[in-house]
Ligand binder design. Structure first.
Ligand SMILES: NC(=O)c1ccc[n+]([C@@H]2O[C@H](COP(=O)([O-])OP(=O)(O)OC[C@H]3O[C@@H](n4cnc5c(N)ncnc54)[C@H](OP(=O)(O)O)[C@@H]3O)[C@@H](O)[C@H]2O)c1
Length: 269
């Protein structure tokens, strides 16, 4: 697996809140941070990392290219801006944030430009985000699956993406689950709460353990040290086959993020 199994999400966080959250996450033991150009917090991430005693070599930083930078001549210069804000010579992973088929984006052009960024040493790995099966296939045809480290997708007990997962695993592409907690919606789920009670854990931990146990990377975000510690400790929870099966039944096509202009036609399970 190229993508670290556990990382810190930073969507919606900026300024001192972001700096404090990333600093705390690094203290707790996180070594991967997920940001994006559109989050407008890369400079804050850069500051938190620069001020941390953790060495850059021990960190895995992911950013994502925003749609307005998809033109080949813009992608590389926008990534160089991101590197400056993040105070690093290269990120570990750069993703195409959304396939944006309705914007007329050519997958071939954007993937080629991303591959060039990798060849120039601006990013160690490259990948995609929010791609469906068909667009992932197109990306593979353009640059080869060996260059696609991950597809970062919304994935929680309420949105399990079985068909897409099966395809990604058949292609040896890492799955990164974002919004594994469905932005808090799964926390009050009675099935997760019942399983949590068996493990002296919380429902958030059970949702994360469920994703990790399937081999997915997770990037929950939090501003609270206790939540970060609990989430990180979910790596130690082992769910039984019966518990995994019970969570499988929670599927309800519960998609939280679906921007009309950017989203592909999602694969139905
Ligand atoms: N590629 C994409 O298009 C895309 C889209 C969306 C998100 N993402 C990435 O995925 C990351 C995660 O998604 P997200 O931040 O939207 O949602 P999330 O991780 O599902 O949920 C975060 C929310 O859950 C709360 N929380 C976290 N741990 C908790 C715990 N142990 N107990 C109770 N509450 C807890 C947090 O509040 P507290 O601060 O109070 O802990 C926060 O409100 C983002 O930060 C971003 O990096 C990527």
């Amino acid at each position: 697996m190229i993508v670290p199994k556990f990382g810190m999400g930073t969507f919606r966080l900026s300024g001192q809140t972001l700096i404090d959250s990333v600093t705390t996450a690094l203290e707790v033991g996180y070594r991967a941070v997920d940001t994006a150009q559109i989050y407008a917090n890369e400079a804050d991430v850069g500051q938190a990392i620069a001020e941390s005693p953790v060495q850059r070599n021990d960190l895995f930083i992911t950013t994502k290219i925003w749609t307005e930078h998809y033109a080949p001549e813009k992608l590389i210069s926008s990534l160089k801006d991101s590197l400056q804000k993040l105070r690093t010579d290269a990120v570990n992973l750069t993703l195409i944030h959304w396939p944006a088929p309705k914007l007329g984006v050519s997958i071939a052009e954007v993937m080629q430009a991303l591959l060039q960024a990798k060849q120039q040493g601006l990013t160690e790995h490259i990948g995609i985000s929010n791609f469906n099966i068909e667009l992932t296939q197109q990306a593979i045809e353009c640059i080869g699956r060996e260059h696609i480290a991950t597809n970062q997708i919304e994935l929680s007990p309420y949105l399990q993406n079985h068909r897409l997962i099966e395809f990604l695993q058949s292609q040896n592409i890492d799955v990164t689950s974002y919004m594994t907690l469905a932005y808090g919606k799964v926390l009050n789920d009675p099935v997760l709460q019942e399983i949590a009670a068996q493990h002296q854990a919380s429902s958030a931990q059970i949702a994360l353990a469920w994703a990790l146990q399937q081999g997915f990377a997770v990037i929950p975000s939090s501003t609270q040290r206790e939540h970060m510690m609990a989430n990180f400790a979910a790596q130690d929870i082992q769910l039984t086959q019966e518990e995994m099966a019970a969570i499988r039944h929670l599927e309800r096509n519960g998609r939280e993020v679906n921007p009309e202009a950017l989203a592909p036609l999602w694969d139905e399970d």
